[in-house]
Design a protein around this ligand. Structure first.
Ligand SMILES: CC(=O)[C@@H](O)[C@H](O)COP(=O)(O)O
Ligand SMILES: NCC(=O)COP(=O)(O)O
Length: 237
């Protein structure tokens, strides 16, 4: 069964909006674990719009489930942050300045040499590496050549098309999963997964290891409560 890693970026967004420490990010992360989350994901961005670099240090010493730090390894500050905290997993995401959110995977063909170097740098410290990719066969094949442990399938296209045509929406991802399985790559997934589309995705992706979910889950929790929401998401897996 795929593990649920709760992305708490949006808790930090709410906290930062008033300048204090309410909601307390570490307390929410510990509560997420107590409610059943099997991992905590954060995505510190250069502008620290939500997760701050200090949050990563605070969370690392507090949480007991798998810590997944996402970010752009083109930023030396991000590399240093990950090496200083040695999380269970680092997910390499090719964000550029000014994006409202992550909106594309790595071109693992064009950036093959650089990604290979980054993968080795983190693996040397015992950190599992996952590369954020679109569900494209050649991209996944090139990802495998970098030596990465896993890929994270960028699921925005699936989420945007699921309601209209689930079979069409899932197709690129099942093909990508078969390619990844054949290559011995671990499969993670994330972005815009929610209570409506998660079960169909998980049922159709063979050997899916982890989903990281934040925006929809935190939004749902405003109506359903955080403990109940986490349980509902776990039931979809
Ligand atoms: C990489 C990805 O798709 C998401 O994990 C990303 O972390 C979302 O970032 P925001 O919470 O800043 O939209
Ligand atoms: N890697 C995906 C993630 O951590 C959360 O993405 P979203 O659920 O906030 O879209």
């Amino acid at each position: 069964m795929a593990k649920l890693s709760v992305n708490i970026n949006k808790i930090a967004t709410l906290r930062n909006s008033r300048g204090g420490n309410n909601p307390d990010l570490v307390k929410v992360a510990l509560d997420c674990e107590r409610f059943g989350a099997e991992g905590i994901t954060v995505h510190p961005r250069p502008d620290e719009r939500h997760i701050r670099y200090q949050d990563v240090f605070d969370l690392k010493t507090a949480i007991s489930t798998e810590f997944n730090i996402e970010g752009n390894c083109k930023e030396q500050k991000f590399i240093d942050l990950v090496l200083a905290n040695k999380p269970a997993q680092v997910t390499l995401v090719p964000d550029t300045e000014g994006q409202i959110t992550s909106n594309h995977g790595w071109d693992t063909i064009k950036h093959q040499a650089y990604l290979k170097e980054m993968v080795q740098l983190f693996q040397k410290e015992g950190i599992r590496v996952s590369i954020f990719t679109d569900p494209v066969r050649e991209i996944i094949e090139a990802a495998q050549t970098t030596g990465t442990d896993r890929i994270e399938l960028y699921t925005e296209y699936y989420a945007a098309n699921y309601a209209k045509d689930p079979v069409k929406a899932i197709s690129p991802y099942t093909q990508a999963a078969h390619t990844a399985n054949k290559l011995g790559l671990g499969i993670n997934a994330g972005h815009d997964l929610d209570l409506q589309n998660l079960k169909y995705f998980a049922d159709n992706i063979p050997n899916l290891l982890e989903v990281s979910i934040g925006h929809a889950l935190i939004s749902d929790s405003l109506y359903l409560g955080l403990e109940n929401t986490i349980q509902l998401y776990l039931k979809q897996l």
